[in-house]
Design a protein around this ligand. Sequence first.
Ligand SMILES: Cc1cc2nc3c(=O)[nH]c(=O)nc-3n(C[C@H](O)[C@H](O)[C@H](O)COP(=O)(O)O)c2cc1C
Length: 379
Amino acid sequence: MSGTASVVSGEAKTVQDTADASPLFRPARLGALRLPNRLVMAPMTRNRAGATGVPEPIMATYYAQRASAGLIIAEAATPNAVGATYPNIPAIYDDTHVAGWRRVTEAVRDAGGQMFLQLQHGGRVGHPETSGHHPVAPSPVPLPDTVFTPSGHQEAVVPEEMTAEQIAATVADFAAAARRAVDAGFAGVEVHSANGYLLHQFLSGATNRRTDGYGGSVDHRIRFTVEVVRAVAEAIGPDRVGVRVAPGVTANGMREDDVEAVYPALVGELRELGLAYLHVVFADPDSALFRTLRAAWPGTLIANPALPWPGPLPADGGRDAGERLLAAGADLIALGRSFLANPDLVARMRVGAPLNPIRDAHLMYVGGETGYTDYPTLV
Ligand SMILES: Cc1cc2nc3c(=O)[nH]c(=O)nc-3n(C[C@H](O)[C@H](O)[C@H](O)COP(=O)(O)O)c2cc1C
């Protein structure tokens, strides 16, 4: 008996030593939340919702498996019908969506976790066959690529240029979606202004050719994101709101020629709102822009390290990159694929256990349990 006890306490000490050695495992505050560690599960679209955007029960299982993350940011959900990007992405604009998400947040809360929901409008990344609507965007500049639809990849269509009325209605849709997210049990929402979707399309002169108050100068191009975030913050309180940005990321045919002007200006506007966090994608602690944004942002900064894309992931799953970002001033570290493949990522990193690699990469974006809820845990 005493032998068993000493083995257990010996293991506990090793675990404690590893945990103490890394700031990743120190608790943190985020708005009103207390996070047990600084590892955030990054938002990842997994295409497991029903055809009308209602989260399926299997999504509750998947997220509850990952509840030991300091915070889970749930995958992109569309705030209105026209914003839907791909088949089987979830939505958050009617009561059926709220009911579906409530199952997810309750399962995660029962497992001890806490969640934000990412709000994403696809803009030109969408297709009438997917959403039942013609895509809308700042300007009629099509995605220079195919887009995935229920019947496979298809040429992207030329989006309709949003009118001033459509812009105002979309801002209101984001605010309403945020209220619904809180109603569904989320602690807050992340406004997606990254990765080539609608808000990012407004930020770039390559996709935003408008000549009204929403296009042209940097101040005009950042206006839509600022209006959306302000409306969302007014709807649910600023300490429940984060914003995700991806300066210079070329996903979804994006091109940005003036990130050094756009992002400091954007952050300068957002910092006045008292938000929960700013989330920077593919963050590089050695880049001048990262340092500028860190210095300009007074609140919590979540950094998503620039790991090899599409892969393979480093053997440590991003731990070293995350620690370097914390040393460079980030407060929390978001990891995507490592959480996807390791439901117990936090426990594995604490003890230095080997990580599951991503298997069947094509299963990242299609339905079913395989490659979703069947990744093994340590025990
Ligand atoms: C399957 C998959 C789906 C993703 N979906 C989203 C999404 O819905 N919203 C988003 O902002 N980023 C999305 N991303 C990007 C991730 O949040 C993250 O930025 C990216 O995977 C890089 O982090 P990692 O190297 O830790 O995986 C997705 C990534 C993957 C692999």
